[in-house]
Design a protein around this ligand. Structure first.
Ligand code: SF4
Ligand code: SF4
Length: 455
C-alpha cells in the first residue's frame, strides 16, 4: 500500500537538456539567510576584495550555515534584502570583476572520521538543495548512529517542470554513489534506498547500473504521483513507516537526503569548493527556451532570465520552485538562493487565478490529502478561530503540498488557509502554555499564603 496523492501534468520539458553554465553577472546579492535557522554573520566589509569560494558569512548558531562568495570582485555594500516570506535579512552585494578567481586558501578537506566529516560538510555551506534548505551538517550529525537503519535518497522530483535533480543523476551520477560511500565510511550506514519516480527513465537506468556495482543500494522506482518527494510520503512509500506526530525521520529509523545534496557533498570532498552555484530549471509559459542552467548563487532572477535565452513576454507571476509548492518571487531583482531548484516564469494565462466559489462539501480535498487531513474542516476551524479544533484536526501535520487546492472544484485557497491555520495554532498553543504556567504560579502563591497564615 502506498500513501496517496494526485496525478499532475509533469511538464518535464527540460529533462533531456544538458545543464548550461551561465556567464558571470555584473553583480550578485547574497542573503545571509538561505537556510532554515539563524542568519549567518557577515564576515566581510564594504570595499573588501573577495574571490570565489571565500567565506562571507559564518554560521552563527547550532542551526545555521556558512555562506561563500560566488564571484570574485569587490564588496559594494552590506545591505538588507526583503525575502519572499516578507522578512528583511542582511545581504552582501558584490560587484564582479569577471575573472572568477578561486579563493587561494581553499583546500580539499581532511576527513578521517565522523566528526571531521560533519565538520567538512558544515564548512561547505551545503543545505538541503531539494528546496528544504535545512543545514546538511545538522541532519548528518546523528549521535546515536545505531538508530539509522537506512538512508533514503530523495530523487523523486515530483513537482511539475523541475528537472534539476534529474540532471544531477544523469550528469553527476558517480558523485551520488561517491556520496553513498562517504556515508558508509564515516557514518557506518549499510542500507541506501534511492526513491525515484518512474518518469525519469534515463536517470533510473543510470542509478540502477551504478547500484548494480555497489553493495547495499536499492533503487525504488515509484509511481509518478505528486507529492512522491514529500519526506513523510517518501519514507512511507519506501520503508512503509510513519513518522510520529512532531517526530523526525530518525524516529522511523531513517535519514532522508536529497540526491543533489549528496552529490554536492561528494564533489566538495574532492574539490574543496564550497556551495557557490546552483543548477536550476528555468521554465514556464513566459520562457523562450526552457533549460537547466548553472547560475552563481546571488545572481538576480532577471539576469538569469536574460542569460537563459530571454522571456516571451512580461511574466505575470514568477515562482521560486514549481507550481505546486513554489513561492512567488516578489521582484525580478531577487537572487538565486542555495535552495532554489527552479524559477518558473508564467504568462498571464498560466498565472490567472481560478474563480473561487462556495464549498460544495464534495470531500475531494480530504480524499486526496496524503495524510488524510480534512482541509474543509480546517478552513471552518480557522474561520471560527478555534485553536483547539485546529489542533484536533492536525493542521500542523500539513506539508503544504497543495493537493487539496489542486483537486478542489470550488478552487478554495485551502493551502493558504492551512498556512494561516498553523500560525493560529502556534498562537493558541503558546497562549495555552502561558495559561498553564500562570495557573501553576497562582497555585504556588496560594499555597505559600496558606502556609504563612498557618504560622
Ligand atoms: S491538507 Fe496539507 S498535506 Fe493535505 S493535501 Fe492539503 S496541503 Fe497537502
Ligand atoms: S474539495 Fe473544495 S468543494 Fe470539495 S469539500 Fe473540499 S473545500 Fe469543499
Amino acid at each position: 500500500m502506498r500513501m496517496g496523492g494526485i496525478r499532475v501534468p509533469h511538464r518535464k520539458n527540460t529533462a533531456q537538456c544538458q545543464s548550461v553554465r551561465l556567464g558571470v553577472p555584473a553583480a550578485v546579492t547574497i542573503p545571509m539567510s538561505m537556510h532554515i535557522g539563524k542568519y549567518a554573520r557577515v564576515t566581510v566589509s564594504k570595499g573588501d576584495t573577495v574571490k570565489v569560494g571565500q567565506l562571507i558569512g559564518e554560521a552563527d548558531g547550532f542551526v545555521s550555515s556558512n555562506i561563500h562568495s560566488s564571484v570574485s570582485g569587490t564588496v559594494r555594500k552590506i545591505d538588507e534584502i526583503m525575502t519572499s516570506s516578507g522578512v528583511r535579512v542582511p545581504c552582501v552585494i558584490i560587484d564582479s570583476d569577471g575573472k572568477q578567481e578561486k579563493y587561494e586558501k581553499l583546500s580539499v578537506p581532511e576527513v578521517k572520521d565522523f566528526d571531521s566529516f560533519v565538520k567538512a560538510v558544515k564548512e561547505s555551506g551545503v543545505v538541503g538543495l531539494g528546496g528544504a534548505g535545512f543545514p546538511s551538517f545538522v541532519k548528518l550529525n546523528v549521535h546515536d548512529l545505531e538508530r539509522v537503519e537506512a538512508v533514503i535518497i530523495n530523487a523523486a522530483e515530483c513537482e511539475p517542470y523541475i528537472t534539476s535533480d534529474t540532471r544531477t543523476m544523469v550528469e553527476k551520477g558517480s558523485y551520488v554513489f561517491k556520496g553513498i560511500e562517504l556515508l558508509k565510511k564515516y557514518m557506518g550506514i549499510r542500507r541506501f534506498i534511492i526513491g525515484i519516480e518512474s518518469n525519469k527513465t534515463e536517470a533510473v537506468r543510470i542509478m540502477q547500473s551504478l547500484a548494480d556495482e555497489t553493495e547495499g543500494v536499492e533503487i525504488h522506482v515509484l509511481p509518478s504521483v505528486y507529492p512522491q518527494g514529500g519526506e513523510k510520503v517518501l519514507i512511507y512509500n519506501t520503508v512503509h513507516r510513519l513518522i510520529p506526530r512532531g517526530g523526525l525521520p530518525l524516529d522511523a529509523g531513517v535519514i532522508v537526503v536529497n540526491v543533489t545534496t549528496l552529490a554536492f557533498i561528494a564533489e566538495y570532498m574532492e574539490t574543496g569548493m564550497p556551495l557557490v552555484e546552483k543548477c536550476i530549471t528555468v521554465d514556464g509559459s513566459a520562457v523562450k527556451e526552457p533549460k537547466n542552467v548553472i547560475a552563481p548563487i546571488g545572481m538576480s532572477i532577471i539576469d538569469v532570465a536574460k542569460a537563459a535565452g530571454g522571456l516571451k513576454c512580461e511574466p505575470a507571476k514568477v515562482l521560486y520552485g514549481g507550481p505546486m509548492m513554489g513561492i512567488t518571487v516578489p521582484s525580478m531583482d531577487e537572487p538565486i538562493l542555495k535552495n532554489t531548484n527552479a524559477v518558473i516564469f508564467m504568462d498571464k494565462k498560466e498565472a490567472a487565478p481560478p474563480k473561487i466559489t462556495a464549498c460544495i462539501s464534495c470531500g475531494a480535498c480530504a480524499a486526496h490529502c496524503p495524510f488524510r487531513l480534512d482541509p474543509r474542516s480546517i478552513a471552518r476551524a480557522y474561520k471560527l478561530e478555534d485553536g483547539a479544533a485546529l489542533e484536533r484536526l492536525g493542521v500542523d501535520l500539513c506539508m503544504e503540498c497543495g493537493c487539496c487546492s489542486y483537486v478542489c472544484p470550488a478552487h478554495r485557497p485551502l493551502v493558504q488557509t492551512n498556512k494561516l491555520g498553523k500560525q493560529m495554532l502556534r498562537r493558541y498553543l503558546s497562549a495555552e502554555q502561558a495559561k498553564r504556567e500562570n495557573a501553576l504560579k497562582e497555585r504556588a502563591e496560594k499555597e505559600r499564603q496558606e502556609k504563612e497564615a498557618e504560622k
